[in-house]
Design a protein around this ligand. Structure first.
Ligand code: 2IT
Length: 445
């Protein structure tokens, strides 16, 4: 018999000073502990202890030179968390907040997320504390080369397949792929998120944002509602927010906010034209990490230093970074009548914010379910690379829709409570956990 507090005490002892990792593990263990206690095979195979320990944590030095000739040192990581279901798969994050603990939490989350897609992918994550903010294109190229010079030793199309995440988009994937090819002398699907002209998949750039909207559509349908006509608040302004904003508009909803580290944009007219979407990409590519210029450009309001959660909305989509939505933000959303919160950043909400949504009976989808569309299309990119073939945008989009619908169904079947409320956190954790745990049991310790 496992007891949550005893188990977590041991996790905390083994992983000191890694609060995000402990937070992510606690959420999953809380959801699955009854399932484990009811399953002698999981207990006998020590699944809980084994599934919370990464297969390996690789850390390396990245040296690079800036445009003035000064040399810098950053730390690079690849956490290969679990490969029970397939090659390690997960993004690379370049952001000042990256530590070994954040890499471990992201690799852990990725393991269950990838399981939910039903595609054969294990979980991994990597990145660096390098901040692209204010860096020139040439500096980013030099950093990427140096990073890949070390990383290439640990990855491969059938062992570990990285992709993008915060601070790593099409440009960085291009530089990383170029260096991999230069060293390894092969054109294989070792990275996903590649340019369409050189092995990338249609819809991969849009996939995380499209996928989260498809997931939300399913949530609303489950409650007999329609997303058309709804008011939506979104945080972030990068690749994920961009895809979400476009799909929401296409589905007839109105997105009124995006945000950056400098504050948020309130656009009462809606972020609903191709010019506005293209401008989001321009903001991201500028490496300035601010959203303020959007306000002057489109006659919208800029609210400095604040998060968008004070704006009344029907649906909220945190699309920026972990723990970006806290208890006070959750209280403001609930007070203003939010009906659905669809976490799209990885662990975007704090545990007490999620508890508040749950206690208020507001449907809350966790990131590992709602944002799985990104890695799902990465999985489809791997399939296309292995076949030396490419599918049309319509084909990929249809598959993405089907995957998000299936994830939603699994969450409902494992998370529905006696009063009809769907606990998507519990549903996603149980459904993802079972797949990984069963594979680990089948394959032996
Ligand atoms: O968090 C994520 O799922 C990603 N950054 C995408 C990972 C991937 O391999 O496409």
């Amino acid at each position: 018999m496992y007891r949550l507090d005893d188990f977590m005490q041991e996790v905390e002892r083994r992983n000191p000073a890694e609060p995000e990792f402990i937070q992510a593990v606690r959420e999953v263990v809380e959801s699955v502990i009854d399932t484990v206690n009811d399953n002698p095979r999981y207990i006998q195979n020590r699944i809980l202890e084994r599934i919370t320990e990464p297969d390996r944590v690789i850390s390396f030095k990245v040296e690079w030179e800036d445009d003035d000739g000064s040399i810098h040192v950053n730390r690079g990581y690849r956490v290969q968390f679990n490969n029970a279901l397939g090659p390690y798969k997960g993004g690379l994050r370049f952001h000042a907040s990256v530590t070994e603990g954040t890499m471990k939490f992201l690799g852990f989350e990725q393991t269950f997320k990838n399981a939910l897609t039903t595609l054969p992918m294990g979980g991994g994550k990597g990145g660096s504390d390098f901040s692209p903010k204010g860096r020139s294109d040439a500096e980013i190229l030099r950093f990427c080369r140096s990073f890949m010079t070390e990383l290439y030793k640990y990855i491969g199309p059938d062992t570990d397949v990285p992709a993008g995440d915060i601070g790593v988009g099409a440009r960085e994937i291009g530089y990383l792929y170029g260096q991999y090819k230069r060293i390894a002398g092969e054109n294989t699907g070792v990275l996903t998120g590649k340019g369409f002209g050189w092995g990338g998949s249609r819809i991969r750039p849009e996939a995380t944002g499209f996928g989260t909207m498809y997931f939300a559509e399913n949530m609303l349908r489950e409650c007999g509602e329609d997303i058309a006509g709804k008011r939506i608040a979104i945080s972030g302004f990068g690749n994920v927010a961009w895809g979400a904003v476009m799909k929401a508009s296409q589905l007839g909803a109105k997105v009124v906010t995006i945000s950056g580290p400098d504050g948020y944009i309130y656009d009462e007219k809606g972020i609903n034209t191709p010019e506005k979407w293209a401008y989001m990409l321009q903001l991201r590519a500028s490496n300035n990490d601010v959203v303020k210029p959007y306000a002057a450009r489109f006659g919208a309001e800029f609210v400095p230093g604040k998060k968008p959660w004070e704006v009344p909305c029907d649906l909220a989509f945190p699309c920026a970074i972990q723990n970006e939505l806290g208890k006070a933000d959750a209280a403001a959303l609930v007070k203003n009548g939010v009906k659905y919160v669809v976490e799209t950043s990885n662990m975007g909400c704090t545990a007490d914010a999620i508890a508040l949504f749950r206690n208020s009976r507001i449907h809350f989808a966790p990131g590992k379910a709602a944002n799985a569309g990104g890695v799902a299309v990465s999985g489809l990119e791997m399939s296309q690379n292995a076949m030396h073939y490419s599918w049309s945008a319509e084909e990929v989009d249809e598959k993405l829709k089907g995957i998000m619908k299936a994830i939603h169904e699994e969450c409902v079947s494992c998370g529905r409570e006696s009063d009809g409320y769907i606990d998507y956190v519990k549903g996603a954790n149980i459904a993802g956990f079972r797949k990984v745990a069963d594979a680990m049991c089948d394959q032996g310790y």
